[in-house]
Design a protein around this ligand. Structure first.
Ligand code: CAA
Length: 261
């Protein structure tokens, strides 16, 4: 397993836990971290021992408190565009990642931190989680897809309220509006749930999981025909060994053993 300055990685039972490790800056996403996160996801894509990823933050205070404001403060207009595009490209790769990605959100998920959590396939949180897009307080708007994903996840009116006020919401509120799926009492319980959910996902056919992601993401894309993509993916599934195994196992009343082929 590779080592990074801003991340720690742990692989257990096919689940790769990537922990954002800049607790002294509330896990703020600096340029090095974005670059290392890209490398870690690329390596996880290639690593056949990795079935899925849980992304979380180190310490008890933050998942990530946003992009690093010290770096943002120095951006010129030209550099700022490149900065936003680099982050958007990584977050889009996470959203479309072929292996499942769960965000486990403890403490602050603000600005780029909230955007990163939203790029994951779904989110679980601890009671301490807080979500928000406070960029307007800095004279900015989100640059890592926040205006797009927040709007899709919680609806335009609610998203605009958060985006325009810069207010944060707590974990229970986030659950009520569909930003997170589950809220657990504390960080340990949150991680246990994330592992339990990931283990359940990994007991299913990997190719089917990746086609679920592609098809569900097509629902958000005006350039794609989601129904067509779903029908094509459904057909592709029927050509896989895992489909034969899954249906045969059901008829033989046994548990399937999926090979990912
Ligand atoms: N960037 C850089 N450093 C940050 C940071 C950030 N986003 N958030 C916190 N830190 C640093 C603080 O500067 C502080 O460092 P020092 O100890 O060296 O002073 C350390 O983390 C602890 O932070 P606080 O002392 O501020 O902790 P707190 O508990 O009093 O407050 C907080 C916590 C409310 C989250 C506050 O830190 C805060 O408001 N952070 C900024 C949140 C923010 O505005 N995020 C959006 C960034 S812009 C963005 O993300 C753009 C985009 O879409 C790509």
């Amino acid at each position: 397993m590779e080592t990074y300055n801003t991340l720690t990685l742990e692989l257990s039972e096919r689940i790769l836990t990537i922990t954002i490790a800049r607790p002294e800056a509330l896990n703020a996403l600096n340029i090095e971290l974005i670059s290392e996160l890209k490398s870690a996801f690329e390596a996880a894509y290639d690593n056949t021992e990795v079935g899925g990823i849980i992304l979380t933050g180190s310490g008890e205070k933050a998942f990530a408190a946003g992009a690093d404001i010290k770096e943002i403060a120095e951006l010129s207009e030209l550099n700022a565009r490149k900065f936003a595009e680099r982050g958007q490209s990584l977050f889009s790769a996470i959203e479309n990642f072929e292996k499942p990605v769960i965000a486990a959100v403890n403490g602050y998920a603000l600005g780029g931190g909230c955007e990163l959590a939203m790029a994951c396939h779904f989110r679980v949180a601890s009671l301490s989680a807080q979500f928000g897009q406070p960029e307007v307080n800095l004279g900015l708007i989100p640059g890592y897809g926040g205006t797009q994903r927040l709007t899709k996840l919680i609806g335009k009116g609610r998203a605009l309220e958060l985006l325009m006020t810069g207010n944060a919401i707590n974990a229970e509120e986030a659950k009520q509006i569909g930003l997170v799926n589950h809220v657990e009492e504390n960080q340990d319980a949150m991680m246990a749930l994330a592992i339990q959910l990931m283990s359940k996902i990994l007991s299913n056919a990997p190719l089917a999981i990746s086609m679920v992601v592609t098809s569900a993401n097509a629902a958000d894309s005006p350039d794609e025909n989601g129904y067509l993509i779903e029908a094509n993916s459904f057909a592709s599934c029927c050509g896989t060994e895992d489909f034969r195994e899954g249906t045969t196992a059901f008829l033989e009343k046994r548990k399937p053993e999926f090979s990912g082929k």
